[in-house]
Design a protein around this ligand. Structure first.
Ligand code: SAM
Ligand code: SF4
Length: 336
């Protein structure tokens, strides 16, 4: 039975949990990680049982959508067992959606198991269709493996959405190629603005920032775009491309503030609950999980206390040609 739901101080119901299950990854995307990342010792991570307990507690408190992320969630050993366990909440009707954000590299192995666990959709991150550029931006990945992963997901009946980070002087010239690729594959596409997370080296993020307003204007030069009213409580806005029928999303946390309708919180793989992607404030859920194993009342109280402190919004701002409101943590830590 659903207990009183989670409502934050600004009367926004929290119904969406993004859960990071690992900080590790088989790629090292330049905007996400440093080349020599130091990963956390295993004992710091929530165990698979703890992940189940915490996700189940959130669901008991009214969370209806659970997105698993990382790091690369599919490189965590035993993670399929977690997905299979979560399928009980889909079957009971307590959860509307169990989904995943992945770099696609392991989907060849796991897509069918995910579909069998009740997953209907996956977000796959892919910024370029050029093999060399793909190798450069991921520092590790092979494009063909991800393309195979996309195919495997489609074959398993999963609806695929491609997420591409819009990066100045990197994939600007691929706007139409990426659009056509998705139209041909009948998959949705969303562009994401580079967010100021962690320390991205000399030119930081400003040098990489390609405002989606500009991207959209370029797209509108070639296609007729119809705005869609659809919102997901998050930072994405959508258009329909009349000529191809495909849907394109724009995630613009920097140029538009989306916080007024925010319905989500993020839990890191170490059990830190971030109630705002753009703020450093966090609450530790691992402590109540480990100090009172099996006693969910402590965990519930910690979750409620954290939600009562959910901030009104983020402070990301590139407008003064400096990165203010920058958070110190990496996206792989918070979970994108
Ligand atoms: N490894 C999985 C993947 O790549 O999809 C899941 C984790 S990844 C951190 C989630 C999303 O965050 C990816 O779409 C990635 O492109 C995006 N991301 C990472 N760092 C980012 C940044 N600095 N700005 C914008 N998006 C970022
Ligand atoms: Fe790994 Fe995803 Fe970060 Fe790339 S964006 S390094 S695939 S976690």
């Amino acid at each position: 039975m659903v207990k009183t739901s989670l409502i934050d101080p600004f009367l926004r119901p929290v119904t969406y949990l993004r859960l990071s299950v690992t900080d590790r990854c088989d790629f090292r995307c330049t905007y996400c990680m440093t080349e020599q990342m130091t990963f956390l010792p295993k004992k710091e991570l929530l165990t698979l049982e703890e992940l189940d307990q915490v996700a189940t507690t959130f669901i008991g408190l009214g969370v209806r959508k659970l997105r698993i992320t990382g790091g690369e969630p599919l490189v965590r050993r035993g993670i399929m067992g977690f997905f299979q366990a979560m399928s009980r909440h889909l079957e009971s009707g307590a959860l509307d959606e169990l989904t995943l954000t992945t770099n696609g590299s392991q989907l060849g192995r796991f897509a069918q198991d995910l579909a069998d666990a009740g997953m209907k959709r996956v977000n796959i991150s892919l910024d370029t269709l050029d093999e060399q550029k793909f190798a450069d931006i991921t520092r590790r990945g092979r494009l063909s493996q991800v393309l195979d992963g996309i195919q495997a997901a489609k074959d398993a009946g999963l609806k695929v959405k491609l997420n591409a980070v819009a990066i100045k002087d990197f994939n600007q010239d691929e706007l139409f190629t990426l659009t056509k690729f998705c139209a041909d594959q009948a998959i949705d596409l969303t562009f994401i603005e580079v967010m100021p997370m962690g320390d991205m080296g000399e030119d930081g993020h400003i040098g990489k920032y390609w405002p989606l307003e500009d991207l959209r204007a370029e797209l509108a030069g070639k296609y007729t775009l119809t705005d869609l009213s659809e919102r997901t409580g998050g930072p994405a806005r959508y258009v329909r491309v009349n000529e191809t029928g495909q849907k394109i999303g724009f995630i613009t946390p920097l140029s538009h503030n989306f916080c007024e309708s925010c319905n989500r919180v993020r839990l890191t793989c170490t059990g830190e609950l971030f109630t705002c992607l753009g703020q450093d404030g966090k609450s530790d859920l691992r402590e109540p999980l480990r100090t009172h194993p099996g006693d969910m009342t402590q965990l519930e109280a910690a979750i409620r206390a954290a939600i009562s402190l959910k901030p009104k919004g983020h402070d990301f701002d590139y407008s003064r040609q400096e990165t203010s409101g920058q958070t110190k943590r990496y996206m792989s830590h918070t979970g994108g």
